[in-house]
Design a binder for this molecule. Structure first.
Ligand code: SUG
Length: 447
């Protein structure tokens, strides 16, 4: 087992794509429904995301970037039977269902990289390699089309097979629906680790589930991933998300909980049977595990869902102290702000909270924690990555110029149906793969 001191939790943020818009595509995601049809600003969204990455890097945390996906996805439209030249495919898709399908295949949802994959660090796997499984995201059509491209992109970065294994997404269908790391928390203390793998539904076996909103993640998906990653059995803990939490808008676990190392912050409606969860975690990890629960009285579920205080990044510094990077919305909500202030006042190791503006993403239900995939890597593994994905001053400047040059500050279905506009987007992505030294990762580059 690798010494914990040689492990760095790298933050892989999804760069917001140029088609970012509000289409109300995710039932059960309160913000997405609330902002359906609102005007989006892709350029501002991408710059907000880039500023967050730059901020996190300046805290001394390794920060990397994942490229956006090719949108609109002509491949998805062709697989649904739209035929002809690209312009014909786009034009006929735009006429279908009032342009709704074109919006679905144009979503920039790949930005929420907490849903990109489930990651197991090499220290916890049987073969001593770091394993990543692209999430199939089967519950929402617009997200399910991310899975194939995701595996391609992850292989372009984690291609060194001596150190990494990138698994294709689990087979589709509701039985194994998988939403990736947004439902996965790795805690560790006293040389022991626990992978808390949360699920909203069971494919086999009755259980009380949510009644208003869909449960997205199947227990069976997490079990399959634990098997294929070869996670030591004594390090897994499968736990149900609270059905009331899902019905209140917590479509992913990370809406109501965040944990890192031996610190875990959660709302009482994040998990079913939370007392037993707390005692099980303590049995496994020992007394140094610090659990902070917010009761529904202290922080009503609706405030937690509106303001996303738990969808913060809990970043551990090399001296063992923590910095919280929270959405600005959590500062503007009195109850959410009071909760985070309580954490700051009572948890010795939490030294700072910073509130950042990622509102363009928040309006679709994605806070700071949704925008990043955590990948714990040893120094050797960090050096074994391919591509130029770690943020540096130079890369930050180049990405900013690239966004300024190519991104629109508004977008409509008419734009998405316009093949000249779409060619411009693909041209931009082509340039991006040069900046990031990733080779040909997009369908249009491989055609
Ligand atoms: O899957 N929103 C995303 C938000 C994902 C947030 N991620 C985490 N919690 N980890 C979703 O619901 C809305 C797109 C739209 O409506 O246009 C959307 O896909």
């Amino acid at each position: 087992m690798t010494s914990p001191h040689d492990v760095h939790e790298v933050q892989f943020d999804g760069l917001v794509g140029p088609t970012h818009n509000y289409a109300g595509l995710s039932p059960g995601n309160v913000a997405s429904a609330r902002h359906a049809g609102a005007a989006s600003n892709p350029k501002q969204a991408a710059l907000e995301g880039l500023r967050k990455m730059a901020f996190v890097r300046r805290l001394g945390v390794p920060q990397a970037v994942l490229p956006p996906h090719e949108r609109p996805s002509l491949q998805a439209l062709r697989s649904l039977g739209f035929q002809g030249r690209d312009e014909e495919v786009l034009a006929s898709a735009a006429r279908y269902e009032g342009g709704h399908l074109l919006r679905l295949v144009s979503s920039a949802s790949a930005m929420w990289s907490a849903n990109a994959a489930t990651v197991t660090p090499s220290a916890d796997t049987h073969d001593g390699r770091c394993h990543l499984t692209a999430a199939n995201l089967t519950t929402m059509f617009h997200r399910s089309i991310e899975a194939r491209e995701r595996a391609t992109i992850l292989r372009a970065i984690f291609g060194n097979s001596a150190r990494f294994v990138v698994h294709d997404a689990l087979p589709g269908g509701a039985h194994f629906s998988d939403e990736g790391a947004a439902n996965h928390t790795r805690l560790h203390a006293n040389g022991r680790a626990v992978h808390l793998l949360a699920w909203g539904k069971r494919s086999w076996g009755a259980m009380p589930g949510p009644v208003r909103h869909p449960a997205r993640h199947a227990l069976e998906a997490s079990q399959a991933i634990a098997r294929s990653h070869g996670i030591h059995a004594d390090r897994t803990l499968f736990w149900q998300q609270h059905p009331e939490g899902i019905d209140g808008g917590s479509f992913h676990t990370d809406v109501l909980a965040v944990g890192s190392g031996s610190l875990f912050l959660a709302h009482e409606l994040a998990f079913a049977d939370r007392e037993r969860l707390g005692s099980t975690l303590r049995e496994r990890l020992g007394e140094s595990l610090e659990l902070v629960w917010a009761s529904n009285d202290e922080l009503p579920l609706s405030d937690a869902v509106d303001a996303y205080p738990f969808n913060s990044q809990l970043l551990e510094r090399s001296d063992g102290t923590f910095v919280i990077v929270a959405p600005i919305d959590a500062k503007e909500n009195e109850r959410a702000h009071a909760f985070l202030n309580r954490v700051l006042a009572t948890v010795d190791r939490v030294k700072e909270i910073h509130y950042l503006d990622v509102r363009q993403s928040m309006r679709n239900g994605g806070g700071p924690a949704c925008l990043r995939l955590r990948v714990p890597l040893t120094t050797g593994e960090m050096h074994a990555l391919t591509g130029r994905v770690f943020l540096t001053d130079d890369l930050e400047r180049e990405l900013e110029q690239w966004i300024e040059k190519h991104y629109p500050d508004r977008i409509s279905v008419d734009n998405l149906a316009d093949s000249r506009f779409v060619r411009g987007l693909f041209q931009a992505l082509d340039e991006l793969t040069t900046i990031l030294k990733l080779g040909s990762i997009y369908d249009f580059q491989r055609a």
